[in-house]
Write a protein that binds this ligand. Structure first.
Ligand code: ADP
Ligand code: MG
Length: 200
């Protein structure tokens, strides 16, 4: 990946989070405390402000720096979880990863998120998007297939009952709403997929 491409990738991810902040807030208002949109927007605006500098770093260093910044700026439950995702990805990924390297590093990063959150798929969280996305990456699916699958996986959190995070306080009343973190994860996945596809 060239520097310009990495900078564009970072900007695309940050921009989609910012432009969907109201939607993320509404989702979190329904079954949480309504801060997810602002949390994510604050964090990704901080990342966006450094996109050019981050894009100059080798991929592992850029990912670690993004993770650290998210931990410092997002807050809530999701800050440390997204931070862990990007920091672990930075630790595990090769400088110029092929698809298998990326799939393996992503698997370790998602496991690190699950360990940090003491959570697993099926509990109505971001993990319900991350795990299927990793499987699709490992299976060699195309970027657009992966983006669509991420949207479908976020949609599929609607009928789930929340077992982790604030929404779990609602018990059965969490059923029927999409998980906010699953939606933000799908937005990130689509931005990455579309940027990579445009570069290919
Ligand atoms: P908070 O819940 O502290 O208000 P946010 O609203 O920013 O933080 O983030 C909520 C999102 O974080 C949820 O929608 C869910 O996807 C994710 N989340 C919360 N707790 C966990 C957990 N233990 N494991 C995985 N993801 C979680
Ligand atoms: Mg919240």
């Amino acid at each position: 990946m060239t520097r310009a491409n990495l900078t564009a990738l970072i900007a695309a991810v940050a921009d989609t989070i910012s432009s969907h902040a109201d939607e993320l807030t509404s989702l979190d208002q329904a079954i949480g405390d309504g801060d997810h949109g602002l949390n994510m927007k604050r964090g990704f605006e901080a990342v966006r402000a450094d996109a050019a500098t981050l894009g100059e770093k080798p991929l592992p260093e850029a990912l670690k720096a993004i993770g650290t910044k998210l931990v410092m700026t997002v807050g809530g439950a999701s800050g440390p979880l997204f931070g862990t995702l990007f920091m672990t990805l930075g630790k595990e990924i090769a400088s110029e990863p092929g698809r298998p390297d990326f799939a393996a590093a992503l698997a370790k990063s998602i496991d690190a998120v699950a360990a940090r959150g003491k959570s697993q798929p099926g509990q109505k969280t971001m993990l319900d998007v991350l795990y299927p996305v990793q499987a699709a990456v490992a299976a060699g699916k195309s970027p657009s297939e992966i983006a669509d699958l991420a949207d479908a996986a976020a949609e599929a959190t609607k009928p789930l009952k929340a077992i982790r995070g604030r929404a779990s306080f609602l018990g059965d009343r969490s059923i029927g709403h999409m998980d906010a973190g699953a939606r933000s994860t799908a937005l990130i996945v689509r931005a990455v997929a579309e940027t990579l596809e445009a570069d290919a």
